[in-house]
Each structure stands twice: as C-alpha cells, then as structure tokens.
Ligand binder design. Structure first.
Ligand code: PMP
Length: 304
C-alpha cells in the first residue's frame, strides 16, 4: 500500500505517495485517538464524481468535534483536498480516505497541545466484499463481540480507535468461515456490521436499527431516502437477531460495502437465500445515483 506512485494530500500539499510518512511516536498510532472518513468517487457519463462529499466532510468535522479535536483546516479546504486527491492521481473511480491525527510532540494519555494533521489519500478499490457478494449476497455470523456502548467510545464519531472492535469482530467471523460479522449492542439488540449498517425487509416494509449504537451511515441515509421515494415504508426500531433470521430479505449498507445482500445469518437462510426484490430495487437505484444515471439526486454528486 505504501509503495506506489501517486500523491497524498498531507497538511495542505500534495506529496509523493512514498514520502507521505509520519514519525513512529505520533500520538494517534499509540492510542487510536483520531477521526477518518471513507468516501467513494464513481465514474459517470459527465466525468468522475464524489458521492455525498458534503455529508462525508460534515461527518468528519462532527467526529472531530465529538472527540474534542480541532481540525486545522476548514471544510472547504478539505472538500478541495478530496477532489484533488482523486484528480491528481488520475482516478476515474476511487475510494477516498481523509484522516485527522495527532502529532508526535508528546506521549501519554495526558499529552496536551498536540498538533493535528490531516491527510487525504485516494486509490482504486473495487467491491469491498467482492463483486459476487453484491449479486449473490453474503453469509454473516453474529459476533461474540458487542458493539461499543454509547458511553465507552461514542458511536457517532468515526474514530480510529473504534475500529479495533470492528477488526476483532470481522476477523472472528472470517476465521469461522463467514464473510462478515453482525454486532449486537450491549443489550443484545442488532447494531451494525463491522463497517456497515443493516436493513431487513418484512412484508414489504424496511426496518433498520435506530442509531444508538451504530454509525450514522451516509449510505443508510441514502437508502432511506430512496425507499421513501418508491413508497417502501421505513421503520427505525430496535431489532433482534431472530427478526433478522425470520426476515424476507436483509442487506448491509456502507460506502465500501455499497448495498450488499445478506443471504444467511448464523446458518439460517434469510428469505429465499438470495438477493431479494426490494434489495435489488434499492441496490439498482443506489448504483444509478452514484453513477449519475438517476434522474434526481444530482445534488449528491460533486464532479472532480
Ligand atoms: N457502520 C460502521 C461501523 C462503518 O464503519 C461504516 C462505514 N463508514 C458504516 C456503518 C456505514 O457508513 P457509510 O454508509 O457512511 O459509509
């Protein structure tokens, strides 16, 4: 990953990819106190466009605010940085990774007056769980790890340290032969995947967990809007794992995972065991939006 051509935006400048390095005593490397985003750019007929760039940038600033981290750049600068990272690397489609982290001026939990740095990298990244997953769906296992309690690390921040929980859960699921983990909250209700929000379909209605213990996903918001537009009722409520077992359809949403059908949870086949009709409809609408083919929602695209 570190050894490739191209540029990374680093504290206001594009630097050669291989030279975008940081001291080993950088505070965030030790304690995980940092914030990041995952954003995608897609190829459209009118050129490459970043999907919901404003919303991702707003969430980066909200995450930093929640952690009490002051970003040294304004929103406009980071919007331009993300556009530049795609453009200057000559990418027609990309995954974009902005991240803010503390510097190496001091060590320890009590370290004060640390500098804050921001990078934006962009690279080609295909379907996160594989192209086949988008069509056939994935096999998921309920994790032995609970999703963060709201008063342990806060779920509304997309914070680096939160992802230790995600990695443990994902690794466990994969080692057990599944594609992805489903994490429950500390009360035992469905929260989210290791890097995705979850939806289920029952009797023509769409259900998704409320956001107490889940990230406020931008793809989740997109799917809710698209569902409402086609007349599919959307209900946010507490969901149990057996409601997922008994659902007609289920799918994950995320910038990386896009809209990925879930065909099994804990060895129970969900519905017909394949991408269901409402999932298919919403997935198609989603890809129409991100690639600029949807007649509405041009406002979600920022051309590079
Ligand atoms: N939950 C978690 C834990 C995630 O990491 C992500 C990916 N950012 C999501 C949900 C989905 O969020 P989004 O649709 O904004 O990518």
């Amino acid at each position: 990953m570190a050894d490739r051509d191209g540029f990374i935006w680093y504290d206001g400048k594009l630097v050669p990819w291989r030279e975008a390095t940081t001291h080993v005593l950088t505070h965030t490397l030790h304690y995980g106190m940092g914030v990041f985003e995952g954003v995608r750019a897609y190829k459209t007929d009118r050129g490459t466009a970043i999907f919901r760039l404003k919303e991702h940038t707003d969430r980066l600033f909200r995450s930093a605010h929640i952690l009490g981290m002051k970003l040294p750049f304004d929103k406009n600068t980071l919007v331009e940085a993300q556009l530049a990272a795609v453009r200057e690397n000559g990418l027609d489609a990309a995954y974009i990774r902005p991240m803010a982290f503390y510097g190496a001026e001091a060590m320890g939990i009590s370290a004060k007056n640390l500098s804050v740095h921001v990078i934006v990298a962009a690279w080609k990244w295909g379907a996160y769980l594989g192209q086949e997953a988008l069509e056939k769906g994935i096999r998921v296992k309920t994790s032995s790890f609970a999703r963060h309690h709201v008063n342990i690390t806060m779920c509304k921040a997309k914070a680096n340290g939160n992802y230790m929980n995600s990695i443990l859960a994902h690794k466990e699921a994969e080692q057990d032969g599944y594609d992805e983990a489903l994490l429950l909250d500390v009360d035992g209700f469905v929260a989210e995947g290791s890097g995705e929000n979850i939806f289920i379909v029952r009797n023509g209605k769409l259900y998704t967990p409320d956001l107490t213990s889940a990230l406020e996903g931008i793809t989740r918001d997109t799917i809710i809007q698209l569902a409402v537009e086609i007349g599919v009722p959307v209900i946010e409520k507490r969901i149990t794992r057996d409601e997922v077992y008994a659902a007609d359809e289920a799918f994950f949403t995320g910038t990386a995972a896009e809209v990925t059908p879930i065909r099994e949870l804990d060895n129970r086949v969900i519905g017909a065991g394949r991408r269901g009709p409402i999932t298919t409809q919403l997935q198609t609408l989603f890809f129409d939006c991100v690639t600029g083919r949807h007649p509405q929602h041009q406002e979600w695209l920022t051309y590079v």
